[in-house]
Design a binder for this molecule. Structure first.
Ligand code: SF4
Ligand code: SF4
Length: 118
């Protein structure tokens, strides 16, 4: 069975450490791009919702209670705060930061796929 982008996505997701954020914080949510593979997993937003989010410099999936698509949030959202190159502005982090091999693999994956603005 061939190793697909979906397999790679799942494998990268598993390798990025998770951590507890400050309750109610979404300071790092803004306009982000993700691979078309990841965007295809998200519920469709209208053009108006996309435009409003871009005007407000936020993400169309950010709701009043936080990320509405947390289980399917893109790799770049998962990577944020887990690498010294993408530090949380509020000092939150996992016990063990992401390893370099995984971080590079994430960027390789993102660089090899069509990027779409959320
Ligand atoms: S990573 Fe930091 S800035 Fe982003 S939501 Fe968590 S606590 Fe807030
Ligand atoms: S997808 Fe979720 S975590 Fe990522 S920027 Fe949007 S609201 Fe924030």
């Amino acid at each position: 069975m061939p190793y697909t982008n979906a397999d790679l996505l799942e494998s990268l997701r598993e390798k990025i450490p998770t951590f507890r954020c400050i309750v109610g914080c979404h300071d790092c949510c803004g306009p982000v791009t993700a691979s078309s593979e990841e965007v295809a997993r998200l519920p469709v937003k209208s053009d108006e919702e996309h435009e409003r989010a871009l005007t407000d410099l936020t993400c169309p999936y950010l709701g009043s209670s936080g990320c509405e698509v947390y289980a399917e949030r893109p790799l770049i959202c998962r990577l944020f705060g887990t690498s010294p190159r993408l530090p949380c502005p509020n000092g939150m982090r996992p016990v063990y930061m992401v390893d370099d091999t995984t971080e590079q693999a994430v960027h390789r994956f993102l660089g090899s796929t069509r990027q779409v603005l959320l």
